[in-house]
Design a protein around this ligand. Structure first.
Ligand code: NAD
Length: 447
């Protein structure tokens, strides 16, 4: 049988594309070597959020006195947290399987590899589990893998974990050093710290979370340092020896070392596509997620654009729309991609930062307001001030970026994305009614 679309990889990009194209009545085959849901669902977003939620319950229970609640003998059961995480993941994976079944999409469990182009590249062949498949269109959604930096002593070191190892570990480490203070590093720092594990974060750049607004990051940094997390910046790891980490000439020691220094596009199984154009080790795509090869698309982390699950699924929607020649063709608003870091407090942002506006020579007005201007925030976030920053185009007053720290900003950043995506101006946003009392009102107060 010849398929309209063959997809390699069943993560957010792959399963979204499969569902969309199948819904449009097309024959689709999707290859996944592990579980449906990819990194996000199985070893990324969802399991970390499940564990972080458990840790937050424990943290809140042990820090409730400021709200007039005293709980004694509060204990946590990490095995139970892990079990709950596994159940959440299992249910979500089953949900994706059911959705694809409903759309009559063929799902093949196995590692697929692309065959050399058929009929001058007009069609594509794939091999999986000894069977051959043919398709008119090929979509590569193979994701990314944890990057292992060339640090002496890192390979085959039993003390070294990547994020997948950390999520799978049945027991908490007695102490941990986290190499890389990026998104993964800071979310795991939060998890372990809230469960009482001594944490040291080693970050090579002058700041943790270097891609975010520095003022927002500073608030997190101060809180975490005060809480006892040892955060070392401008510190480069030179070597590892079991749990001993040498960095900037000093030796730090912990039971485990979590290495979270970024991820790299996974190009396995694509060896036959020797002519595919790459950019910084990832597959180069155009605005519609097309590669330079005919009828070959790529979506998600493998494109190295922005490694976020919601970018992957949006890319998949756009790519399938292009494949189906939908009119008008959709594009991705890369300028309005929200991102969240699930620290405590959470950080959420969308659009450009003040520094990016400066580097792009865009004259902007920067508005800032502590989150305490929201009554709901005051009622629920005892002792914290939080911050909301808005970057406004000084010429036409359109909203270009919003950056927040304070719980639960992850839940209202979508409203900010809406404003940035649609180029709302400050007077237009002022006409939007926000429910009271909600923390989201900060987006109105700041105008
Ligand atoms: P990252 O790029 O966010 O952070 C890696 C950090 O490691 C950087 O700050 C970098 O300066 C530092 N670093 C690099 N080499 C180092 C070295 N030798 N010593 C010390 N520090 C070093 O990457 P990540 O945290 O591994 O995350 C990978 C991807 O997954 C990112 O694209 C991220 O956005 C995504 N992710 C997103 C979420 C979320 O949306 N909440 C959660 C987890 C991961």
């Amino acid at each position: 049988m010849k398929y309209f679309l063959a997809i390699i990889g069943g993560g957010p990009a792959g399963y979204t594309a499969a569902e969309r194209a199948s819904k449009a009545g097309k024959d689709v085959v999707l290859f996944e070597q592990n579980a449906l849901g990819g990194t996000c669902l199985n070893v990324g977003c969802i399991p970390t959020k499940s564990l972080l939620y458990g840790a937050k319950q424990y943290y809140n229970a042990t820090h409730a006195a400021k709200y007039g609640v005293t709980a004694e003998n509060v204990v946590f059961d990490y095995a139970a947290m892990q079990k709950r995480k596994t159940i959440v993941v299992r249910k979500l994976v089953a949900g994706i399987k059911a959705r694809l079944n409903n759309e009559h999409c063929t799902v093949v469990n196995g590692a697929a590899s692309v065959l050399p182009p058929l009929r001058g590249g007009a069609e594509w062949g794939l091999e999986c589990n000894g069977e051959t498949y043919e398709a008119e269109n090929l979509m590569i959604c193979t994701g990314s893998t944890n990057f292992v930096p060339p640090i002496p002593g890192i390979k085959d070191n039993p003390a070294v974990w990547d994020s997948t190892d950390a999520l799978a570990a049945a027991e908490l480490p007695k102490s941990i050093i986290i190499v890389g203070g990026g998104v993964i590093g800071m979310e795991f720092a939060t998890l372990y710290h809230e469960l009482g594990v001594p944490v040291t974060v080693i970050e090579a750049m002058p700041t943790i979370l270097p891609n975010l607004d520095p003022e927002v990051v500073q608030i997190l940094l101060e809180k975490y340092k005060k809480a006892g997390i040892n955060i070392l910046t401008s510190t480069k790891v030179e070597s590892l020896d079991d749990g001993k980490v040498t960095a900037n000439g000093e030796v730090y020691e912990a039971e485990k070392v979590l290495v979270s220094v970024g991820r790299r596009a996974n190009l396995q199984g694509l060896e036959a596509l020797s002519d595919i154009e790459l950019e910084r080790g990832a597959i180069k795509i155009d605005d519609f997620c097309k590669t330079n090869l005919p009828n070959v698309y790529a979506c998600g982390d493998v494109t190295g654009k922005i490694m976020l699950a919601h970018v992957a699924s949006r890319q998949a929607e756009v790519a399938v729309g292009r494949m189906l020649k939908e009119i008008p063709l959709q594009r991705i608003a890369y300028n309005a991609i929200p991102s969240v870091v699930y620290t405590n407090p959470e950080i959420a942002s969308v659009g450009i930062t003040e520094a990016q506006a400066e580097s792009m020579s865009i004259p902007v007005e920067v508005r800032k307001l502590p989150m305490t201007f929201s009554g709901r925030f005051m009622a629920e976030n005892e002792g914290e001030t939080g911050l909301c920053k808005m970057i406004v185009d000084a010429k036409n007053h359109s909203i270009l970026g919003i950056h927040c720290i304070g719980n639960p900003c992850s839940e209202f950043i979508a409203a900010a994305s809406f404003a940035v995506r649609n180029g709302y101006t400050v007077p237009e946003m002022q006409q939007v009614v926000f429910p009271h009392p909600t923390v989201s009102e900060i987006l109105h107060e700041i105008l």
